[in-house]
Design a protein around this ligand. Structure first.
Ligand SMILES: Nc1nc2c(ncn2[C@@H]2O[C@H](COP(=O)(O)OP(=O)(O)OP(=O)(O)O)[C@@H](O)[C@H]2O)c(=O)[nH]1
Ligand SMILES: [Mg+2]
Length: 300
């Protein structure tokens, strides 16, 4: 084996909505983590694998670090912060701005304690003028001693290869953890559920999306068609009405948008049946959280 081969784990952390999932998808060249313009889209840690001649990077996408308002929020923040103790390199993603708020301060406190190389990734540089960047870099540099500062645009794939090179520099030498065909640790069923949740997030207005979970009841191949039964869980009866919409129009829209993505991923025709169920305040119920795939015990 090539004894100059590198391998290691790299977490992508930051506040909600800074583009962690978009960046991960963009580097591995496949859509595994769902994304949306609404904060708190990612709820679990999602691993993907980037393999090249030089080495293997296992990316760990995490939920945005925020002030939790319910048990689901606690779970999400806990998962994100735990990764800081388990990886070889931390990529901290931030918005291109001079504003450093309490949220950023909270994250920096943990980064200082972590004793792991930290790369500051200033994302969304396509939204600002080039000359403004120096100011942002300066602002952050005054706050903390970063191992590297890399500006990127995850959306436009601008400078993301530079970031990969930079990460490699800090990884230890060692053999690959996964074979080169491995892309993610996420089971197909889980990705399907997430794709449906993404379409619900993107189609519905404010408020409701945060209280949604998706479960897959059935996924069965019938010749070249896959039959999928899935349930969208929401928190209130009034939300159920909105998700279904006038004569089922909203649910139909969510379903057909999701079906397109799922068909692309499974490379097969999909027959998708969606149901809607109410589980009052499930985000504060240990039992229901566990049922919907957010089991705090797994991360203790
Ligand atoms: N203009 C621009 N938008 C971006 C870029 N990267 C991400 N976005 C947008 O920012 C929004 C949030 O992206 P996500 O990847 O879902 O952000 P996240 O950090 O994973 O968010 P959470 O999972 O909620 O913590 C989406 O609307 C993306 O399209 C970028 O480089 N430029
Ligand atoms: Mg995300």
């Amino acid at each position: 084996m090539n004894n100059r081969h590198k391998s290691g784990f790299v977490t992508l952390i930051g506040r909600p909505n800074v583009g962690k999932s978009t960046l991960m998808n963009s580097i591995i060249g496949q859509k595994i983590a769902i994304t949306s313009h609404k904060p708190q889209t990612t709820r679990n840690r999602i691993q993907t694998v980037y393999t090249s001649e030089e080495g293997q990077i296992v990316f760990v996408d995490t939920p945005g670090i925020h002030k939790a308002k319910n048990k689901l929020g606690d779970y999400m923040v806990n998962i994100a912060e735990r990764t800081l103790k388990e990886v070889d390199v931390i990529c901290w993603l931030v918005e291109p701005t001079n504003y450093i708020g309490a949220g950023e301060q909270h994250i920096m406190e943990q980064l200082r304690k972590a004793n792991i190389p930290v790369i500051l990734v200033i994302n969304k540089i396509d939204t600002v003028k080039k000359e403004e960047l120096f100011g942002f870099i300066d602002t952050y540099r005054k706050e903390m001693d970063f191992d590297e500062i890399v500006p990127v645009s995850a959306l436009k794939k601008d400078n993301t290869q530079e970031l990969v090179k930079c990460i490699m520099k800090y990884l230890p030498y060692g053999p690959a953890f996964y074979d080169e065909d491995t892309i993610t640790d996420q089971p197909q069923r889980q990705i399907v559920a997430e794709m449906i949740r993404e379409k619900a997030l993107r189609t519905l207005d404010e408020e409701i999306p945060h209280g949604i979970a998706v479960t897959i009841e059935r996924m069965k191949w019938r010749g070249d068609i896959v039959d999928i039964d899935a349930t969208i869980i929401c928190e209130r009866d009034s939300h159920k009405g909105i998700i279904i919409g006038k004569q089922g129009a909203m649910l139909k829209k969510i379903g057909s948008n999701a079906r397109r993505d799922i068909e692309k991923m499974l490379e097969s025709k999909v027959n998708l049946q969606l149901w809607v169920k109410v589980k009052k305040d499930w985000r504060d119920s240990d039992f229901l959280l566990k049922n919907f795939g957010y089991n705090p015990k797994e991360y203790e």
